[in-house]
Design a protein around this ligand. Structure first.
Ligand code: SF4
Length: 155
């Protein structure tokens, strides 16, 4: 495959403190998959300046493509508009991916940043592709969704 051989992965998939709710995922299977590969963990929301843990946020008015085009926003559970932070973090990951000529980006499912495929949340609301996944796809980068399994209680 073309590229530097380096892959980027969502930070929460490899056990980094990144998820909004302070939980950690079961990383066993994914770390086994990564064995022998050259990889770098990234969290677009933290790169965008958001803390850990943090209130959940969701896309309003469209999917990640709409956010990038200015037709939708990212609003957190406290009503704060975090569109700028989400886009800034996604851009930082894109810059890294392009400068390293990465082979692929493995992204956690069901996230307003990283989610690749549309999903339906616990309240029955449909959410489309996340902001980071949309930006990477727009720039021709291969993106692969990974299902994250929770393993710990919230802090
Ligand atoms: S899904 Fe993406 S944005 Fe959310 S914690 Fe994991 S790496 Fe960060």
């Amino acid at each position: 495959m073309a590229g530097s051989g380096i892959i980027l992965v969502s930070a929460c998939l490899v056990g980094r403190p990144a998820r909004y709710d302070g939980r950690f995922l079961d990383t066993t299977d994914f770390l086994a998959f990564l064995e022998g590969k050259r990889w770098i963990a990234v969290c677009p929301e933290m790169l965008g300046g958001l803390g850990w843990p943090r209130p959940p946020a969701d896309l309003e008015g469209g999917d990640g493509y709409d956010v990038l085009a200015g037709r939708a926003r990212v609003i957190n559970a406290e009503g704060v508009d975090q569109t700028r932070e989400f886009i800034r973090g996604a851009q930082a990951v894109l810059d890294m991916a392009l400068s390293l000529d990465v082979q692929a980006v493995y992204l956690k499912d069901r996230s307003p940043s990283c989610g690749v495929h549309p999903m339906v949340d616990e309240r029955g609301r449909r959410r489309g592709r996340g902001v980071l996944a949309a930006l990477l796809a727009e720039n021709g980068l291969p993106i692969i969704e990974v299902v994250g399994k929770k393993r710990s209680e919230p802090k």
